[in-house]
Design a protein around this ligand. Structure first.
Ligand code: GEK
Length: 238
């Protein structure tokens, strides 16, 4: 696995973060070292697929990157005649994702924008750390579209970086996250450069704002099932 050294020598932080080839190359290492709870989110996606995916339906992985969530749904799924549609708008990610899922004919990787992807006959939709990169103005429509494309009882898994309403707690959680990154061998300079590059690219919201949007879209049940510092994963059921 290529090690993420992007903010040591390749990128400076004065350029906005982009999902280009240099990021795709080191991506598994970047996620593992940067997102507390990432491995747990992938494990739960497999367990939830085993319970919620229904025969003759589709699963969607929106912002699939290298296909980790698609592969987890593929491995967890027990139902017949299921198609997994993996979408990303980064050509570098899609190319590597196709190689990563090769041989699993039920996974269809598409280069597309999730804002223009209709959700149809879905029993499970995953947005694992992707909604946070979309314009705030586009988020309500996307979540409404996911709700209307789910079959009754269908499941939406949404993982996000969040911001705390309480500024004091927010400072503590950000600090704990940075300490976590330092423990995972990122230097203070790499952490600051990456933080600058993500400014205005990754726009976090509060847990309350996410829950409000999910309820407004019509989801009957929502729960935060994972929280690790300022990273959460929410499960919503139609
Ligand atoms: C995982 N889910 O391993 N349309 C399609 N894709 C997009 C869009 C868009 N409008 N905007 C961003 N992306 C994965 C990890 S990463 C999370 C997801 C992170 C894509 C972008 O190209 C990238 O591949 C992904 O969303 C976000 O479980 O890097 O923190």
């Amino acid at each position: 696995m290529d090690e993420d050294k992007l903010y040591i020598d390749e990128k400076l932080g004065d350029e906005p973060f982009r999902f280009d080839e240099s990021v795709a190359r080191v991506f598994p290492d970047m996620l593992r070292r940067s997102i507390p709870g990432y491995a747990a989110s992938i494990e739960a996606i497999g367990s939830l697929a085993a319970r919620y995916v229904k025969p003759g339906t589709s699963c969607y992985d929106l912002g699939c990157s290298l296909g980790a969530a698609s592969l987890a749904m593929h491995q967890g799924n027990r139902a017949e005649d299921v198609r997994i549609i993996a979408i990303d708008n980064s050509a570098a990610m899609v190319e590597r994702c196709r190689a990563a899922v090769a041989g699993n004919d039920d996974i269809d990787v598409q280069l597309a924008d999730v804002r223009e992807t209709p959700i149809v006959n879905a029993s499970m939709v995953v947005m694992n750390y992707t909604l946070q990169f979309l314009d705030l103005a586009a988020r309500d429509d996307i979540v409404r579209g996911i709700h209307s494309g789910l079959v009754p009882g269908g499941l939406f898994l949404l993982s996000e970086k969040v911001v705390d309403e309480d500024a004091h707690m927010e400072e503590l959680l950000v600090d704990l996250h940075h300490e976590h990154k330092r423990r995972n061998d990122y230097s203070q300079l790499e952490i600051s450069r990456k933080r600058a590059a993500l400014e205005n690219v990754l726009i976090p919201e509060t847990v309350a704002a996410h829950k409000r949007r999910l309820s407004a879209a019509g989801f009957a049940h929502t729960a935060v099932w994972l929280r690790y510092f300022n990273f959460v994963s929410i499960v919503a059921i139609k």
